[in-house]
Design a protein around this ligand. Structure first.
Ligand SMILES: [Zn+2]
Length: 166
């Protein structure tokens, strides 16, 4: 059995989704990280920064149809994202991706991805006040909708993992 992740003992095994680029602009329980999203991270990064899978898994769903104009809470559902389920049942989500990413990375639902694989580009779609990547890890659960976030730790280089996997 997995232990229940806590802030003191977060879920481990996630490489840096921007491979070390950007800076943390909002962390746990930040202004817009409440309730379901309380353990999410925002990493400020310029539009077009490559985004990597933090852990191996299978793409549950992805969305690529909104412009990188940013927006208010009214745009909360209008964001581009990739959603991946991992071997341990937890899921990771990568949000506000750059419009058009899907064609560039050739990804579709059901695809398996390796840790460190390129899955998109950072953007500014949806409820976003400036270009950034929102990442979160969610509890195991229904694939119908995003489930509550759990504390997780980002460590290590995704590009190093990708080299090992290939
Ligand atoms: Zn966020």
């Amino acid at each position: 059995m997995n232990h229940t992740p806590t802030i003191a003992s977060p879920l481990k095994g996630f490489c840096h989704p921007l491979d070390g680029k950007g800076y943390l602009s909002q962390g746990i329980r930040g202004k817009t990280h409440q309730n379901r999203m309380e353990y999410a991270y925002d990493i400020a990064s310029s539009i077009g920064t490559p985004v990597y899978a933090m852990r191996a898994g299978r793409v549950i769903r992805l969305q690529d149809k909104y412009p990188d104009t940013g927006g208010t809470k009214a745009h909360a559902s209008k964001f581009n994202y990739v959603w991946i389920e991992h071997d341990n049942g937890y899921r990771s989500a990568y949000a506000h991706l750059q419009q058009g990413f899907r064609k560039r990375v050739q990804l579709k639902a059901g695809d398996w991805v390796k840790a460190g694989q390129l899955i998109g580009y950072s953007g500014n779609s949806g409820w976003s006040s400036g270009p950034h990547l929102h990442v979160e890890v969610q509890t195991q659960g229904s694939r119908a909708k995003f489930s509550p976030t759990v504390p997780f730790q980002i460590s290590g280089s995704c590009s190093t993992l990708a080299r090992k996997a290939s």
